[in-house]
Each structure stands twice: as structure tokens, then as C-alpha cells.
Design a binder for this molecule. Structure first.
Ligand SMILES: Cc1ncc(COP(=O)(O)O)c(C=O)c1O
Length: 380
């Protein structure tokens, strides 16, 4: 059986309760939510409603209706950028970002719609709040950044940054793809106006799930116009949240799994999950130090990182490591640039990238020892 260590891409396996919830719902009530008013449609609508309430409690939002279900985190980020930014706006982002943040912003910059400043992380992979403050101009409308790097795992000081962004009355968007379900996120305490996250990583839901939280103070333009299940008489998209941003049949089966995933995460506790994943990466780091000849990236203070570790060796390119680990050892990691080219340029690992190892809640010390043994064998 595959040793899966690619949880930063998507978590696997899911908790048993997630499979069961989806199976149960698919067999009994998988109707189109809200559309018809019959019992199955209502049961289906209830699944969405329950999911939104859960997310609202989990992230301390200002109302379940402010959580808009999306296809994934990328979808949520696009909805935010394209719906919020106006010609002439200045945006601040960082060199840690995933392409789902960097590409839409760079495209808007190239089109002359916005101006963009990219703050750089320090050697540990942390963005300094003073650099964000220094980059702010009277035209700064949005600061958009990740909560933790998907390459080196460093957790960003978003509470401090959120405070200074609010003081300047700009908007604060946080991509918590790598922290949702692992590190606490409180949108009110952290002054987060837009929170984008996938359901299929740390929240343990299936692929095809994600959401955008839109704080009541934010005005987002219409996204996907179409049927919403209610108010069919309106000639244009109803303005009521979440339906304003949710045209079309939603992934209610996915949300059934996502809700079970969140329940599982709450029962385990974020602190336990985080500690487990970080302990495993620390174990790997020690193995690599013992083997010698590796450059390992990220914060050595384990409280400042999530369970994602990147390394490289002069002896073998990252992609070759990936291929051999997969083919010869049945170990799944992710080599390369991880859709985050700017941070690889800053680290000096562009264009070959690094070997990224990202354990999840179900990995064990034996998995890490197996990986370290395989790496040793490859290099010998
Ligand atoms: C930091 C970060 N942001 C955004 C994304 C995009 O997530 P999704 O694949 O759900 O669109 C990822 C995916 O790996 C990520 O790591």
C-alpha cells in the first residue's frame, strides 16, 4: 500500500466518518437542494445549511450565510480577486503565494488594472509585518497572503498584519489552504475580511469542496449567475448571501463529507493534529541531518510551522527523487515547484524545486522512517 505523504496537496485517507457520511447521504437524500421543496430536497438543503453553520462556528464568522461554497480554494480566491478589485487599486501580496493567488493578481497587473507589491519573506520563510506596513499607499485596497507556506510550512504573523491592514481601512484576504483544520483561524480576532480555503485538505472533506468567507463589510461583484433554488422570479441574480455567489447546483455530496470532516477535526482537536504532523516533520529533519548532504528549508522552531517540509540534495534533482520514491518504493511525495515559483526563486531552488513531504493525521513514525530509509538507499 502506498505511503502517502502528500497531504499538502489533498489529505488522504479521509476519516472513516467522512466516507460513511457521503455514502449515507448519496444513497438516501442526494436531491437538488432547496429547488423543489420536497422532503429529499429539504434534506439536501439541510446538509448545506449544517455545513455553513459548522464553518461559521469553526472560523468564528459573522454568520453562516457569509460562507459561500466553492469548487476548491482556487475558485474562492478568484471569486474574491475578480469580485473585489477595481481599476487603480493597489494590492500587496508576498513571495510565498501559491499560483492561485499570484496568477490572477499578476494577470490583473499585466492588464493595467491594478498595481502590485510583492513583499518577500525572510530566510525562515516569514513575512515581516513592517514590510507590509511600509508597502501601503493611499491606494492600497487589499492585502492578500497565505497563512502558511505550502512549500516550507512557515506560519505567517497574520494577526499582526490583520491589525495594521484594518488600521489603514484596507481589506485583508487570507488563503488558509495549509492551515484550515490544523491551526486556529478566527476571522474576527484576526481582522480577516476574505478567507479562502479548500475543504479537501486539513478539513478532511473530499475534493471538489472549498469556501470563501466574505465579511459583511466587503462588497463582492457577482460571480456565476444562474439558478439558486429560490426566488426564481428575479430577473437577475438574487443579492442575498450566499445565493448571490452560488449559482447552479452545489456540491452537496461533497459538503456532506466536509461536515463530517470538520466534526472529526473538532473531536481530535487542532492542537493534537498540528503537533502530530509537526513531530513527524521534525523526525524527518533529524533523519536528513543524520544522513547529511541535504538542505532543509523552513523554520527550525516547530511552533512556527505546519507539517510541511522541503529539502533538496546536490546529489539528485527533486523530480528524480519523486519518480524513484513513487516507482521503486511506492511513497507519494511532491517534487518540483509546488505551484509557488516565487518562493523557490527566493530560496534559490528555482527551477528544479525541492522534495516536499507533508504528513497528515494518519501518518505514523514508521512512514517517516520508511521514507528516510528509501532516501538513504536511493543515494547509496
Ligand atoms: C497555499 C495554497 N493556496 C491555494 C491552493 C489551491 O487549492 P485548491 O487546489 O483547493 O484550489 C493550494 C493548493 O495546494 C495551496 O497550497
Amino acid at each position: 500500500m502506498t505511503t502517502y505523504l502528500d497531504n499538502a496537496a489533498t489529505s488522504f485517507p479521509k476519516p472513516e466518518a467522512v466516507y460513511q457520511a457521503m455514502d449515507r447521504f448519496a444513497r438516501a437524500n442526494l436531491a437538488n437542494p432547496g429547488r423543489a421543496g420536497h422532503k429529499m430536497a429539504l434534506a439536501s438543503e439541510h446538509v448545506l445549511d449544517d455545513g455553513r453553520h459548522r464553518l461559521n462556528r469553526f472560523f468564528n464568522g459573522k454568520g453562516p450565510e457569509r460562507f459561500v461554497f466553492t469548487l476548491n480554494c482556487t475558485d474562492a480566491l478568484n471569486m474574491a480577486f475578480k469580485g473585489v478589485l477595481e481599476p487603480g487599486d493597489h494590492v500587496i501580496t508576498t513571495d510565498l503565494e501559491h499560483n492561485s493567488v499570484s496568477r490572477p493578481l499578476r494577470a490583473m497587473e499585466k492588464a493595467g488594472k491594478i498595481t502590485l507589491t510583492r513583499a518577500t519573506a525572510d530566510g525562515s520563510g516569514t513575512v515581516n509585518p513592517d514590510d507590509i506596513r511600509a508597502a501601503m499607499t493611499p491606494k492600497t485596497r487589499l492585502v492578500a497572503m497565505t497563512h502558511a507556506s505550502n512549500v516550507i510550512g512557515t506560519i505567517q504573523p497574520i494577526t499582526e498584519i490583520g491589525k495594521l491592514v484594518r488600521e489603514r481601512d484596507a481589506l485583508f484576504l487570507v488563503d488558509c489552504a495549509q492551515t484550515a483544520g490544523v491551526v486556529p483561524v478566527d476571522v474576527q480576532a484576526m481582522n480577516i475580511d476574505l478567507l479562502a480555503f479548500p475543504g479537501h485538505k486539513g478539513l478532511m472533506g473530499p475534493t471538489g469542496t472549498g469556501a470563501l468567507y466574505v465579511a459583511p463589510r466587503v462588497k463582492v461583484g457577482v460571480w456565476r449567475e444562474g439558478g439558486t433554488g429560490g426566488d426564481s422570479s428575479s430577473e437577475t441574480q438574487p443579492t442575498e448571501y450566499p445565493y448571490f455567489l452560488e449559482g447552479g447546483t452545489p456540491n452537496v455530496l461533497g459538503v456532506a463529507g466536509l461536515s463530517a470532516g470538520i466534526q472529526w477535526v473538532e473531536a481530535e482537536g487542532l492542537a493534537k493534529i498540528h503537533a502530530h504532523e509537526v513531530d513527524l516533520t521534525e523526525r524527518l529533519w533529524k533523519h536528513l541531518d543524520e544522513l547529511g548532504g541535504f538542505e532543509v528549508f523552513g523554520h527550525r522552531d516547530m511552533s512556527r510551522r505546519v507539517g510541511t517540509l522541503s529539502f533538496r540534495s546536490e546529489a539528485l534533482p527533486a523530480t528524480e527523487f519523486g519518480g524513484i520514491l513513487d516507482q521503486a518504493f511506492d511513497i507519494a511525495i511532491r517534487p518540483g515547484l509546488h505551484c509557488a515559483p516565487y518562493i523557490h526563486r527566493s530560496l534559490g531552488t528555482f527551477p528544479d524545486g525541492t522534495v516536499r513531504v507533508s504528513p497528515g493525521p494518519f501518518n505514523t513514525e514508521a512512514d517517516i522512517d520508511r521514507l528516510a530509509g528509501a532516501v538513504k538507499e536511493i543515494l547509496s
